[in-house]
Design a protein around this ligand. Sequence first.
Ligand SMILES: [Fe+2]
Ligand SMILES: [Fe+2]
Length: 406
Amino acid sequence: MNDTVKKRILFVDDESMVLKGIQRTLRKMRNSWDMTFTTGAREALEILDTTPMDVIVSDMKMPEMDGTQLLGEVKRRHPHMVRLILSGHVEQETTIQSVQFAHQCLSKPCDAELLKQTLAKLFALREILSDDAIKKIVSQIESLPSLPSIYTEIMAEMQSDDPSINNVGKIIGRDVSMTAKILQVVNSVFFGLPRKIGNPQQAVMLLGLEAIKSLVLSVKIFSEFSQQQYAWFNIDDIFNHSISVSTHAKAIVKSEKMDQDLVNYSLMAGLLHDLGKLILATNFNQTYKQVVAESQSSDSQLWELEQEAFGTSHAEIGAYLMGLWNIESPIIEAIAFHHCPSRSASNHMGLLAAVHIANGLDHEEASADDQAAEQLYDNEYLDRLGVSDRVPDWRQVCKAYAERNA
Ligand SMILES: [Fe+2]
Ligand SMILES: [Fe+2]
């Protein structure tokens, strides 16, 4: 998608008054958006058959075909489109079901500024993920890891009518080596739990299903990596760094009083922000081995050298995979831009900022060189957010958090 071309957006709502309201609030966007409005889901599909669009923003509750069905159909027929749901407060519950088809859900009445920002972010992300270099690299990867089945099983249990902590504990317990690793992480500083956890059921009970879901996915991915086969690549170092980034990101998200969702997401975003490194190591063994060796003996950062060798970096590759797995957009955004957040459209303190700073803080701790540590932060981005002077505060926040949980 090109920035200079007008974005084409289709709005669907069975109430014409609502559409008129949206049209009014978004009038000032006329120069950059080409907006079409329709009151019927079937008409929407007909329009899309003849007129290519970039985005669909659909109401949830509509006669004959609801928002979930419509977006499911749009996903099947026009997979490239960005899909948003606008829903009223009372419809929150059904909205959860549509998450699998919607990239994001916004509540009605829709705030023009929020909608504008949400779309701008999704466009920026799609641009980076549809980049030719990424496509080229991905086409050379023999098999992109599929979403671990244990994660799908847990998701299914969570979405069932009566999700049971006990059942989730049992699903985890069947995988003995993963259970051991999960308990090790759960008992680490990240969670700061008051007592030691001895089995997966207790872990689910204390952390909640959302956190366990993220943990299972991350731990499974790391445990499937064969350290013996890639002796030159230290998976434990990356895992420990990822735990630290999670811990720091969570501390920052909490200290900035961000949404509870982002507290949950900070776990997965931190643990998997460097997932792309595992993909590069397993698929481009020799080349990546050289790139990693070069980064250890030069002033350049690893992701810059990756960009020279592959045309893209572990950040975009990891985000691409998470995108295929339909992981929540804030997590994908945080992973895609964790080294260069200024390339994103984000302009406020959110998960991306937290992960970027958390990553910088952990590398800073490992680096003896003050000047090298300075390069870890994207100053252009911190300036954009008006927080360039706050890194020392967050350093302190993370230190205090770790001490409290130690
Ligand atoms: Fe990274
Ligand atoms: Fe990192």
